[in-house]
Ligand binder design. Structure first.
Ligand code: GTR
Length: 332
């Protein structure tokens, strides 16, 4: 074999080996499709849009993000499956950890009832090494965690009056498609009915379910108050939300643009929290003045009963999860 031919063949062999080891070719420019279940103007959608703006700015237009709101790319579970697959149908999604934790069970612990002392405590946990540990766990399931988002705390709302735990007994309560939420609702004596978000309004209106649970902003923006005018502010759980991208896709992006995308995500957090706080206050004020809606603010002993009812969820945790809970509680 001629020396020149040998060099060319060797170079080709090396190139093909490099190609095979990297899997797919690098992505130097791309438009991500981001799936969002909420409507335009909702604080998570606002967060997604700010992220999109910053991605374009920090990558000098090489990367763009198109936000598809209103579950246009599918309900949360479907969107997560697509991101995990990384086939280019849904590249990114902003979802509740409740639904996400079926894919990354390590994150289950972050949404236990009455886990956080308040918003600041939750954010201090998410920004501690625990948050980084969760992003690592997500990688093993083919997701890259970009940032966290705020979604306040969740409360029960029903078609008939509920003022205490016992009133929920036997009621059919809609939950997210998430085992941890099924467990939570079962512990208060209700019958958990998992349904996608988009089906809740109709289910409440027609009586397919007797109630649901969510934060003030969702109660308002989805008009759930029309079917379930009795709201009890028991604040049973604070569920962090997460923005993720397909790892399969992200791994193909050059390091400088990966860093730019992560920077954009990081900067989105403070903006989204601010949007959330404003909207949550507005939602609560608006609901409070709506005719025909009864809001119950439970007395401390009623609140304590809710907490007590959910204690079994802590008791059954594995030793590793118990250790994690202790760490979370110790964070200031
Ligand atoms: C909202 C959350 C959504 C979705 C929804 C639900 O609070 O932001 O992502 O999970 O709850 O209950 O389905």
């Amino acid at each position: 074999m001629k020396k020149g031919t040998f060099i060319v063949l060797t170079a080709l062999l090396v190139l093909s080996m490099v190609f095979m080891s990297c899997g797919e070719p690098p992505l130097t420019t791309y438009t991500f499709k981001l799936g969002e279940t909420h409507a335009d103007g909702y604080p998570t959608t606002m967060g997604d849009l700010r992220f999109a703006e910053l991605v374009e700015k920090y990558t000098e237009g090489r990367f763009k993000v198109v936000v598809e709101a209103n579950a246009k790319l599918g309900e949360e579970k479907v969107a997560i499956e697509q991101v995990q697959l990384g086939a280019g149908v849904v590249d990114m999604t902003r979802v509740s950890l409740s639904v996400f934790s079926s894919f990354v069970p390590e994150t289950d612990v972050l949404q236990l009832p009455y886990l956080y002392r308040g918003q600041d405590h939750m954010w201090n946990v998410l920004h501690s090494p625990i948050g980084a540990e969760m992003f690592e766990a997500a990688k093993k399931a083919n997701f890259v965690g970009l940032c966290w988002m705020e979604s306040g705390s969740r409360n029960f709302y029903t078609r008939t009056l509920v003022t205490k735990v016992a009133d929920l007994k036997g009621m059919k309560i809609r939950v997210q498609q998430a085992p941890v939420m099924v467990d939570l609702v079962t512990n208060v004596g209700a019958v958990a009915t998992p349904l996608p978000f988009g089906e809740v309004y109709q289910a409440l209106k027609t009586g397919v379910v007797d109630g649901a649970e969510n934060n003030w902003p969702s109660y308002l923006s989805q008009s759930h108050f029309e079917g379930a005018p009795f709201f009890i502010e028991d604040g049973h759980t604070r569920v962090p939300e997460i923005l993720v991208v397909s790892k399969r896709l992200f791994d193909r992006i050059p390091a400088n643009d990966q860093a730019a995308i992560l920077k954009a995500a990081k900067e989105t957090e403070a903006y989204q929290i601010d949007q959330w706080n404003q909207y949550e206050k507005k939602a609560k004020d608006e609901i409070m003045t709506k005719p025909g809606i009864t809001v119950t603010i439970p007395a401390p002993e009623v609140q304590a009963d809710f907490q007590k009812a959910m204690q079994p969820m802590y008791d059954k945790q594995s030793p590793a999860a118990q250790a994690m809970i202790k760490k979370i509680q110790e964070i200031k």
